[in-house]
Design a protein around this ligand. Structure first.
Ligand SMILES: [Zn+2]
Length: 243
């Protein structure tokens, strides 16, 4: 019964934060040399909460823009629901629910603009480690802060090596790996391997699917971030259910 209410609240949280993702995704989906978008496609400047960052992706003066609000609200709600159902009443659930909407935002921006902005990844890595440090001190914590810290360093270092030797990894993926290593590391070494493996497997399957559909040329430009994030989600679902 407790898990039911926790999951219900997670759905509301996911839907509410999911509604805020399209505007932020639209503003962040620019090339590295460009400034963040400051106006709607028709040129009306953003205004309102958080310097115009927080709000619906619908211009008061013209129309909606960016990715679909209902789709992202439903998708983020679903991610938060499975995280809550799997994790239950443990302190780390708060950390997962804070990371989840930012993770969805990162996946959308990487998919759209092929980048993982530092303004999201670096604070997210710091926040994940600090919040997991607090969670580890609370009753019913289901993981280890030490292995989260080491996981962040090791996955970050592994991604950095891959960044040096492979054109599949961007430097944004290295910074994302700091976040995902902390999250997966909370549940231990095995989950770091499983989460990274699932992420790369999904990436490879997606690439193969594109090749089979005759869109070979596009595989060179598949962003890795959304798949790494999906792999980490799978890792958390597995890790939180482990005995
Ligand atoms: Zn407008």
């Amino acid at each position: 019964m407790e898990t039911f209410w926790i999951t219900a609240m997670a759905v509301l949280w996911g839907a509410g934060t999911g509604l805020l993702i399209p505007r932020a995704a639209y503003r962040l989906s620019v090339q590295p040399e460009e400034p963040w978008r400051a106006a709607c496609p028709a040129g009306h400047p953003f205004a309102g909460a958080g310097n115009g960052w927080l709000g619906r992706a619908r211009c008061a003066d013209c129309a909606s823009y960016g990715p679909s609000m209902p789709v992202l609200a439903a998708g983020t709600a679903a991610v938060c629901a499975v995280l809550a159902a799997a994790t239950g009443a443990r302190p780390e659930l708060v950390v997962w629910l804070l990371i989840a909407p930012v993770g969805v935002l990162l996946a959308i921006v990487d998919y759209t603009a092929h980048r993982l902005p530092d303004v999201l990844t670096l604070p997210l890595a710091a926040a994940a480690l600090v919040l997991l440090g607090i969670a580890a001190l609370l009753p019913d914590a289901g993981g280890s802060w030490t292995s989260a810290l080491l996981g962040s360093l090791i996955l970050g270092a592994s991604a950095f090596v891959l960044f040096l030797i492979s054109n599949r990894f961007g430097f944004g993926d290295v910074k994302l790996a700091l976040v995902l290593g902390a999250v997966l590391g909370w549940y231990g070494w095995t989950l770091i391997l499983i989460g990274a493996f699932v992420g790369y497997l999904l990436f490879a399957l997606y690439g193969i699917a594109l090749i089979l559909r005759g869109r070979v040329g596009r595989t060179a430009t598949i962003p890795l971030g959304p798949f790494l994030l999906a792999g980490a989600l799978a890792g958390v679902l597995l890790g939180s259910n482990a005995p």
